[in-house]
Design a binder for this molecule. Structure first.
Ligand SMILES: NC(=O)c1ccc[n+]([C@@H]2O[C@H](COP(=O)([O-])OP(=O)(O)OC[C@H]3O[C@@H](n4cnc5c(N)ncnc54)[C@H](O)[C@@H]3O)[C@@H](O)[C@H]2O)c1
Length: 256
């Protein structure tokens, strides 16, 4: 079975590509034959993951060490990526950090880490990549938001603000990018078993998350990665400015 159907033959930058949902997205894209650049603050892990994807799927893949919360670092990472990969036609912004200290834990540093990791790089990268996207038909962008953009949880106010901001910003960018035939969407995962969620899984009583999820289980990163791959393919050619929720029926649930 070929899964490359309708996948543009262009490279995709995946931020947070060394782990979890970013890595699963990169793997799904590589499986469809797309070259990938894994951008991550953990450069060694990104490079090792890129080498593994290259070996498994025979695609071009590089790891790029970059701190996305440093706006000055983006140009260098882009230069490295453009030099290594021929045509860039996709961006997945999956890098993320989560605050867990509720209102009392908010400091300027926590605020800046949240907003400058989730929100600022997305708009700066879309701006910088627009010439690449315009040159490559079928180009598209996916921002990884969260069900916390919609659900109120006292634990992570900065994270929730950043993810809600991402939904709004993506709708605005979709208007601008649509003028050049470029699509942009959000994927909002629910509880997905990754290193980011693991401390909460370990801390909370067993079954805490599962009891309100209609499918009765947490998700796997691959279940998000496949949706990202779809949104970056021509199969999704009429989808822009949308949020696709991948949560096993969490935010629709009234289970007690
Ligand atoms: N796991 C979940 O349940 C869940 C739910 C909803 C949304 N999300 C979102 O999915 C995305 C991926 O999260 P994950 O669960 O895969 O977590 P993860 O911790 O496995 O992966 C996040 C990656 O981002 C990288 N990163 C963090 N800060 C960075 C920075 N400043 N510059 C570059 N790289 C940086 C990390 O090194 C890591 O590799 C995040 O945006 C997260 O908010 C996750």
């Amino acid at each position: 079975m070929s899964i490359a159907l309708n996948s543009p033959n262009t490279a995709v930058i995946v931020t947070g590509g060394a782990s979890g949902i970013g890595l699963a997205s990169a793997r799904a894209l590589a499986q469809a034959g797309r070259a990938v650049a894994l951008w991550d603050i953990n450069g060694d892990k990104a490079s090792a993951a890129a080498a593994a994807l290259k070996a498994e799927f025979g695609v071009e893949a590089i790891g790029v060490c970059v701190d996305l919360s440093n706006a000055d670092a983006l140009a260098g990472a882009l230069q490295t990526t453009r030099a290594a990969l021929a045509r860039i036609g996709g961006l997945v912004h999956a890098a993320g950090v989560v605050d867990t200290g509720s209102l009392e834990g908010v400091t300027l540093a926590v605020w800046e880490a949240g907003i400058n990791t989730h929100l600022r790089p997305l708009i700066l990268l879309v701006q910088a990549l627009l010439p690449d996207f315009k040159a490559n038909p079928g180009s598209a962008v996916v921002g990884i938001a969260s069900i916390n953009a919609t659900l109120g949880n006292h634990v992570n106010p900065v994270y929730s603000a950043a993810k809600g901001g991402m939904l709004a910003m993506v709708r605005s960018l979709a208007d601008r990018l649509g003028m050049d035939g470029v699509r942009i969407n959000c994927v909002s995962p629910g509880q997905i078993v990754t290193p980011m969620l693991q401390p909460a899984i370990d801390y909370l009583p067993k079954g805490t998350f599962e009891k309100r999820i209609l499918l009765g289980r947490m998700g796997q990163p691959e279940e998000v990665g496949r949706v990202v791959r779809f949104l970056l393919s021509d199969e999704a050619s009429y989808i822009t400015a949308s949020e696709i929720v991948v949560d096993g029926g969490n935010i629709s649930s009234q289970r007690m």
